[in-house]
Design a protein around this ligand. Structure first.
Ligand code: ATP
Length: 193
């Protein structure tokens, strides 16, 4: 079972995925995979060196992520080129991981922009985490984020009302962590039944 997990910034996605992991799910970390697919020896590595030249390599011949980040940050065309390499490689790797596991295993993939990028179709079921924006803001401030930064990101994201329209399960994270655990456990019972 392939479970897509989504929600707005600060809604509690990472916390929910940790709870799901503790309950027995396999959680795929897209950031880790996005790095893996550029390791030396991978086809992503070859494509990146072809596209951006050996200036993106460090002394050991690995991709220097800082140089690469600088390059794509400064030029949207270069960013599009990198995404065209990384995105399909991530999809292929995730497919490989899923195919190596029995159907009965719940594989969780946290994708913040599922609604915006219309990714629902990739998943068997979608779990959406929603929470009041004031609460999300205060939790993120506590985590050290800047208010203006939070507002800018929220403005660029869909609303909870939009998100829940594509959800099979909705978790309202407006209470305590204990209440969050309870709700996740209920969803877990349904998906792993
Ligand atoms: P991001 O969009 O930034 O990746 P996220 O959706 O993954 O965030 P979390 O990191 O899980 O959200 O939660 C945001 C912060 O709020 C974290 O510091 C987390 O510990 C805290 N948090 C989440 N849920 C609760 C809760 N029910 N009670 C108290 N704190 C919570």
């Amino acid at each position: 079972m392939y479970l897509g997990l989504s929600g707005g910034i600060g809604s509690g996605k990472s916390t929910v995925s940790k709870i799901l992991y503790a309950l027995g799910a396999v959680v795929i970390d897209a950031d880790v995979i996005a790095k893996e697919v550029l390791f030396p020896g991978t086809s992503g590595f070859g494509s990146a060196v072809n596209a951006f030249g050996s200036a993106i390599l460090d002394n050991e011949g690995s991709i220097d992520r800082k140089s690469l980040a600088k390059l794509v940050f400064e030029d949207p065309n270069e960013l599009a080129k990198l995404e065209a390499i990384v995105h399909p490689a991530v999809v292929a790797r995730v497919t490989e991981i899923r195919e190596s596991l029995p159907e009965s295993v719940v594989v969780v993939y946290d994708t913040p922009l599922m609604f915006e990028k219309q990714l629902k179709g990739q998943f068997d079921k979608v779990l959406m985490v929603v929470a009041d924006s004031d609460l999300r803001r205060s939790r993120l401030v506590e985590r050290g984020l800047d208010l203006a930064d939070i507002a800018a990101r929220m403005d660029n994201q869909a609303t909870d009302e939009e998100r829940v329209t594509i959800a099979d399960f909705v978790i309202e994270n407006n209470g305590t962590l204990e209440q969050l655990h309870e709700q996740v456990a209920k969803v877990w019972q349904q998906i792993s039944a």
